[in-house]
Design a binder for this molecule. Structure first.
Ligand SMILES: [Zn+2]
Length: 298
C-alpha cells in the first residue's frame, strides 16, 4: 500500500504474511455479522469459509526525525511458533528496503507486546546465534510486559504458546545494550507516546501519535477484528486477562470516537486501518462501527 500522511508523520505498512482465522472464533452472531462485518471490504469476512484474512504486518512511522518500527512480526527461520509461523522465509527486510529503510536506518523499535508475531524481527539468525536486526536502534520494552515474559524472572503466567521467544527475540537485544525498559506512559518524542493498553497480555501497550490536529493509535492486539469495536466483549483465545482487555477496548473505542482518531491495529486486512463512527437508533441502540481507510496518501 502507498504511504499515508498523518500530520507531519509518514506511515508505511511492512507486510510479513496473511493467514486465515475463523470469524466464528470471535462471534457466531449472524445478525451482527450481516450488519457490521458483511459491508466491510472482503478481507474482513469470507462468507464461504467463514474466515477473515489475518494480516501479519508492522507499521513504520517517520516523524520527529525518527524512523520507528512498530511490532516487527515473527521473523524467518523460527521454530515452535505453530502453524503458519514456523520456518518462514519471507522478504520482510527487502520490503523494508523497498520503502527506503535499511536496518541501520531504524532509530526506535517498539513492541506493543512480546507475543512472537510482534517481536520476531527484533533479531535475525547469524550462524548459531540470534543477533539484533537493527544495530543502531533503541528497542523499547514496556516494563510490565518485559517482566511477564522474562525467563530469568518469576513466572507469573503460563507460557505454553510463546516458547523461546524471550530468549531469541528479547535477550540478545538486552545483551547488545540496545534495550530500554520503560514504564508507561513513556514519551518517545514530541509526537509519540507509549500508553498502557493491558489485557491481551499483562503489559500490552500502544503508541499514540499526535501531529497537528491528527490523532492515531497503533493498537497492537487490543483489537483483532473490527467486530470488537462494535462488541468490545468479543475476543480470540489466548488473552492474559480478558476482563482487562475488554475494559481497554471500551476505553479505546471512546477515545477514538472523541478524538476522531485513526486506529492502526496489528492484524486488520486491507486497508489495514481506519476510524470509527456511530449509527444511532439501531435495534440494539447506538452502535459503533468501523470506517476503513480515510487518510491521505503520503
Ligand atoms: Zn498478534
Amino acid at each position: 500500500m502507498p504511504a499515508i500522511r498523518l500530520g507531519d508523520a509518514l506511515v508505511d505498512r511492512v507486510e510479513e504474511h496473511f493467514l486465515p482465522v475463523s470469524l466464528h472464533a470471535l462471534t457466531d452472531d449472524e445478525t451482527l455479522i450481516s450488519r457490521r462485518v458483511a459491508p466491510l471490504p472482503s478481507g474482513f469476512f469470507d462468507p464461504v469459509s467463514k474466515n477473515f484474512r489475518f494480516s501479519n504486518h508492522s507499521w513504520l512511522l517517520r516523524v520527529d526525525g525518527l524512523t520507528v518500527l512498530i511490532d516487527p512480526c515473527t521473523g524467518n527461520g523460527r521454530t515452535g511458533r505453530g502453524p503458519y509461523f514456523d520456518g518462514l522465509d519471507l522478504p520482510y527486510l527487502e520490503r523494508l528496503a523497498a520503502i527506503g529503510v535499511n536496518p541501520d536506518d531504524v532509530d526506535v523499535v517498539f513492541c506493543t507486546h512480546l507475543h512472537h508475531d510482534h517481536c520476531g524481527w527484533n533479531t535475525r539468525q547469524d550462524g548459531e546465534k540470534w543477533v539484533p536486526t537493527f544495530p543502531r536502534a533503541t528497542y523499547l520494552f514496556v516494563e510490565d510486559e518485559y517482566r511477564r515474559w522474562d525467563t530469568a524472572g518469576p513466572a507469573t503466567h503460563p507460557n505454553e504458546f510463546n516458547p523461546n521467544v524471550f530468549d531469541e527475540c528479547v535477550r540478545p537485544v538486552v545483551e547488545a545494550g540496545l534495550a530500554k525498559i520503560v514504564p508507561t506512559p513513556h514519551t518517545i518524542s514530541p509526537s509519540l507516546t507509549i500508553e498502557p493498553a493491558p489485557g491481551h497480555t499483562v503489559g500490552h501497550a500502544m503508541l499514540r501519535l499526535v501531529s497537528g490536529d491528527v490523532r492515531a493509535y497503533f493498537t497492537g492486539d487490543a483489537f483483532h477484528h473490527p467486530v470488537q469495536l462494535t462488541r468490545p466483549e468479543l475476543h480470540l483465545p489466548g488473552c492474559d486477562d480478558p476482563a482487562t482487555a475488554i475494559a481497554t477496548r471500551r476505553d479505546l473505542v471512546r477515545r477514538a470516537l472523541d478524538e476522531n482518531a485513526f486506529l492502526f491495529p496489528a492484524h486488520f486486512p486491507e486497508p489495514h486501518y481506519g476510524r470509527l463512527a456511530v449509527e444511532t437508533s439501531t435495534p440494539t441502540g447506538d452502535e459503533v462501527y468501523f470506517k476503513p481507510g480515510g487518510a491521505p496518501a503520503g
